[in-house]
Design a protein around this ligand. Structure first.
Ligand SMILES: Nc1ncnc2c1ncn2[C@@H]1O[C@H](COP(=O)(O)OP(=O)(O)OP(=O)(O)O)[C@@H](O)[C@H]1O
Ligand SMILES: [Mg+2]
Length: 328
């Protein structure tokens, strides 16, 4: 079932199209990732989906119901975790959670119980009474995610959940996301970490300069991009000894020797391994390993988008100035 459907979604800032007619949907229970460099339009898309930014053109539907012009009702079913925390520095972790619960109209007892549950789930119980200001960056991010979950939303929007967080906390946050997914929460997340998208997301949309350039499952995107099938054999002897015989027996395959006892076989179409294994074994070359070589998601991303990888991984692309957030 489709939870969210976006059709031709467009956002302009003074004539500049920050998001330029994107079409996509989010299925119930899945993690959909928007992967793209700085300034691609990821946050703007989240802001439009969650009613935080005015939509210039296109429509958004939540479980079939159009909420393009009125997101109020839809927001009750959404958890929104912005890239920069929106919580109160002077309130404690627990107070922040309860306050968010109150905003969603939860009863006192209900929000207190839920806050307690989330503090435990997110490993923040010991810090519960400390003011938010005293939290580390990673703890702040965790509490901000917990706050987005206070009302048990149908769908959670996570804007760059691990950006700017140290490795250990980033790992914890990813594993919390996996847990939420297992429990059935639908998740839409943005990231400019390719590896994160690959690990977490069932489907990924590549977004560059306001446009979705490709969308698919991780495996699907890889298969689509792979022009040839590649198998790497590790042998119990030297390939060069049988090379000329091999070329005669298997014309039409490209070969790439990889050191003495290893060779890669390339073919434009799929092929079975058995004839090759037999060939080697009959000539006294045992096959220790036959490995299908797949492109990485990085290869796929670069090929499809043409975006320089450095811009993605360092996050130091043309980062637009601060203070632009929240403008509708
Ligand atoms: N309030 C605003 N006013 C003018 N331009 C804006 C505003 N918000 C965003 N933009 C522009 O829209 C484009 C998309 O910005 P957006 O923040 O959606 O990108 P992003 O993919 O989230 O990038 P990042 O990875 O840096 O968070 C950028 O060129 C940005 O400068
Ligand atoms: Mg952003």
């Amino acid at each position: 079932m489709r939870i969210i459907e976006a059709e031709n979604l467009t956002k302009k800032y003074n004539g500049f199209k920050a998001v330029d007619g994107v079409n996509f949907h989010i299925n119930k229970g899945e993690i959909l990732g928007f992967l793209g460099p700085n300034g691609a339009g990821k946050t703007t898309t989240i802001n439009m989906l969650t009613g935080l930014a005015h939509i210039n053109a296109g429509t958004v539907r939540l479980m079939g119901e159009d909420y393009t012009r009125n997101a109020k009702k839809a927001q009750a079913l959404m958890g929104i975790v912005p890239d920069e925390s929106n919580l109160y520095e002077e309130l404690s972790g627990r107070q922040n959670l309860c306050f968010c619960g109150a905003l969603y109209g939860m009863e006192k007892e209900q929000r207190e119980n839920r806050a307690e549950e989330l503090l435990n789930q997110f490993g923040l119980h010991e810090a519960a009474e400390k003011p938010f200001r005293a939290y580390s960056k990673g703890m702040k991010r965790k509490l901000t995610i917990a706050a987005g979950l206070i009302h048990d939303p149908e769908i959670l929007f996570l804007d760059e959940p691990t950006t700017g967080i140290d490795v250990a906390f980033a790992r914890q946050i990813r594993s919390l996301i996996v847990d939420l997914h297992r429990k059935g929460t639908t998740i839409f997340l943005t990231t400019h970490y390719i590896e994160e998208a690959e690990r977490l997301c069932e489907r990924i949309a590549f977004i560059v300069q306001g446009k979705i350039v490709r969308e698919g499952t991780v495996v699907g995107l890889m298969e689509e991009t792979q022009e040839e099938k590649i198998v790497n054999f590790t042998l119990g002897g030297e390939f060069s000894a049988v090379e000329s015989e091999f070329k005669q027996a298997f014309p039409g395959y490209k070969l790439k020797p990889g050191g003495n006892s290893s060779v890669s076989i390339h073919s434009p179409t799929s092929f079975t391994l058995l004839p090759f294994v037999q060939f080697f074994e009959e000539r006294g070359l045992p096959v220790f390993e036959a490995k299908i070589v797949r492109p990485t998601l990085e290869d796929v991303f670069v090929k499809i988008t043409g975006v320089d990888l450095q811009k993605m991984q360092t996050g130091q692309g043309a980062k637009p100035g601060k203070g632009r957030k929240g403008g509708a």
